[in-house]
Design a protein around this ligand. Structure first.
Ligand SMILES: [Cu+2]
Length: 291
């Protein structure tokens, strides 16, 4: 009801919330309505009047015990059902199983088997930013200076999270649930095929003075835009010019002359970057704007 929900997880959580809200609103109006009605109807009319003295009403008491109990039982089953549908819960229908101690290989294997994953991003919470490490694409990036977590659309992205200092919590309302990120533990969350767009999250556990600054900006883009972004980031971050597919030659160039990816681009080197001439020219122009 309150946020722009875009993934299946977020939609499931949101509809559960709406059902709970529906019952809460009905209960609110019945209780407040009876309160106002009684206050008006049975108010003292004469100074020395003694109102009727009632000692219990069996029917009424049964009603206000059984009906709320039924509502709570129903909400319990609806919640359990929603929990079991959430992405990544997979075969283990509990978010508790999405967290394990660092070094627990059995638990890690269960996580790896739980769900098909297209892409893994390691996230570490720090006072007071999020560090993003793209495992396969070799990009190391953070939320400092409005850095965005860029992901390609329609992919199943697994976030492998831990904290380097204190307790944090990852929460992007548009993608659904929140998860604590603790020192000494791994927490896993899946972003299930997000559509293109910009989303925002906030660390949801008070983690020190600048907790409020701990914002995560997420940008979901097309695969082509993502590929370009990866190239740009790698160019900015330097690194070894091994994109030509010849890692040994790249490593040798790097050792011999500290020849980095960025330098290779600056020199218009298509061979060691593995890029087309036009791409090298575009990247080079972009890098110039950063100087
Ligand atoms: Cu935090």
């Amino acid at each position: 009801m309150l946020v722009n929900t875009v993934t299946a997880d977020a939609i499931a959580i949101n509809s559960l919330y709406n059902i709970a809200l529906f019952f809460a609103v009905i209960v609110f109006f019945i209780v407040q309505g009876l309160l106002l009605f009684s206050a008006y109807k049975y108010k003292r009319k004469k100074a020395d009047e003694l109102p009727a003295q009632n000692h219990g009403n069996m029917k009424l008491e049964l009603f206000w015990t059984i009906v709320p109990a039924l509502i709570v039982i129903m909400l319990f089953f609806l919640s359990a059902n929603t929990l079991s549908q959430l992405s990544g819960a997979g075969t283990q229908a509990s978010p508790i199983h999405n967290v394990h101690k660092i070094g627990d290989d059995n638990a890690k294997r269960r996580i790896e088997d739980a769900k098909r994953t297209d892409m893994i991003i390691e996230i570490s919470g720090r006072q007071w930013f999020w560090q993003y490490k793209y495992i396969k694409d070799g990009v190391n990036h953070s939320s400092q200076n409005d850095g965005e977590l860029v992901i390609p659309e329609g992919k199943v992205v697994r976030l492998d999270m831990n904290s380097k200092d204190v307790l944090h919590a990852w929460w992007v309302p548009s993608f659904g649930g929140m998860l604590y990120v603790n020192p000494g533990e791994m927490s896993y969350l899946w972003i299930d095929k997000p559509p293109r767009g910009s989303y925002i999250g906030q660390c949801n556990a008070y983690c020190g003075l600048q907790h409020a600054q701990m914002i995560s900006r997420i940008k979901v883009v097309s695969q082509a835009e993502y590929d370009t972004w990866v190239k740009l980031k790698k160019a900015e971050q330097g690194g070894v010019a091994t994109e030509g597919g010849n890692a040994e030659r790249g490593a040798q160039l790097y050792v011999d002359g500290g020849y980095t990816y960025a330098e290779a681009i600056a020199k218009g080197d298509t061979k060691n970057t593995g890029l087309q001439a036009q791409e090298v020219a575009d990247l080079s122009a972009y890098l110039d704007t950063l100087k």
